[in-house]
Structures are given as structure tokens and as C-alpha cells.
Design a protein around this ligand. Structure first.
Ligand code: SF4
Length: 185
């Protein structure tokens, strides 16, 4: 049986398990506007990075908040805004650019067949909030040196610039959502 919204939670040991966020996508996009990078946040980020305890506490708050809401694993380079606010690091294979070939026809995860594939959740949330095109972005590989660091600070410091890049306009590669078969071709 596939577990529904709110029943898949973060945790379950050290290995990632697909998580359905506890907070809706539209609200998440709205919150992002509040946290959008600006000069004030950049200065705050720079100040936080100058003081070890302040940075540690700030990172702890981020960890608790995002872990509860999205199952965040603190990769430090947050892809949430491009994935319908569904954490790709909760994919057991930690794929950042769409599902593996093992996802079942009904959307179940290959590794945890009782759970919905992270990428099915992602595309449904993104499309439902009018952000389906975000899934077309190509996510760069994870920089493993950033694990455990604050993704908010990294974002405000401009380190996430280019985290998700668009294909060239004349690039014929198929769109991710078409590959999933979840939207008209
Ligand atoms: S910081 Fe990384 S692990 Fe945390 S929610 Fe964003 S993508 Fe997921």
C-alpha cells in the first residue's frame, strides 16, 4: 500500500527514505519569497560565518525546521525551490535530476515499495503550484564538502548561483516531466 501525504516522515535510520513534505508547495514558494536573497541577508550570512557559535546555532535551527517540514538531510546546497519543495536527498539513491529506472508504474519507490517516489511527489507538487517547468532544470552534482552546513547561508552568499541550470533552447533532450508521463506531451 502506498503511504499518503503526511504519513511518510523523515528518519528511519541513516539511509534516506522518500519523504512527503508536511507543508504545501504553495506555502513553501511563499516562504521562499520571505527568505529570498538580498543585501540584508547576505550581510547576516557573512556575520554568521564570522562567529562559530552563532553559525552553529543558526544551522541547528535550520536543520530542525527543514527536517520537520521536508525531511532535510542538510546537504548544504538546497534544491527545494526547483523540486516542488520536495527534498531529492530523501531519495534512497539521492538522485538530483529525476527518478531512477526502477520507479514503479504506479509511482512507488524501487527501494521502499511502500512509499511514493520522491520525484513523483516533486513533479505533482511543482505542477500543482504552477512550477512544473522548474523540473526541467539540470541540477549540478552535490558538493559533498557542504554536508552539514547551512544551505540558507550558502544561498544568501551566492554559492547556489547556477545550482540548477536550464538546457539550451535548441537542446532536443526530452523534458523530465515528459519522461515521467505525468503531463501532456
Ligand atoms: S538542504 Fe539539501 S538535504 Fe536539505 S532540503 Fe535542501 S536539498 Fe534536501
Amino acid at each position: 500500500m502506498i503511504v499518503g501525504f503526511g504519513e511518510q516522515r523523515a528518519g528511519g535510520g541513516d539511509w534516506p527514505r522518500p519523504v512527503v513534505p508536511r507543508i504545501g508547495a504553495r506555502l513553501s514558494y511563499g516562504l521562499h519569497r520571505v527568505l529570498a536573497a538580498n543585501l540584508l541577508y547576505r550581510r547576516l550570512a557573512a556575520w554568521l560565518e564570522r562567529g562559530r557559535p552563532a553559525y552553529r546555532w543558526f544551522t541547528r535551527v535550520e536543520r530542525v525546521a527543514k527536517e520537520q517540514l521536508y525531511g532535510c538531510r542538510m546537504c548544504g546546497q538546497c534544491a527545494l525551490p526547483d523540486t516542488g519543495y520536495t527534498c531529492p536527498m530523501t531519495c534512497p539513491k539521492q538522485l538530483r535530476n529525476g527518478p531512477c529506472g526502477g520507479v514503479a508504474a504506479d509511482g512507488r519507490c524501487e527501494v521502499h515499495p511502500d512509499l511514493v517516489c520522491v520525484w513523483v511527489t516533486a513533479i505533482e507538487r511543482a505542477q500543482g503550484a504552477g512550477h512544473g517547468a522548474d523540473l526541467d532544470l539540470l541540477q549540478r552534482p552535490v558538493d559533498h564538502r557542504e554536508w552539514g552546513r547551512s544551505s540558507w547561508v550558502n544561498y544568501w552568499q551566492g554559492r547556489d548561483d547556477g545550482l540548477g541550470v536550464a538546457y539550451g533552447e535548441d537542446d532536443p533532450r526530452p523534458l523530465l516531466r515528459r519522461e515521467l508521463g505525468l503531463s501532456p506531451r
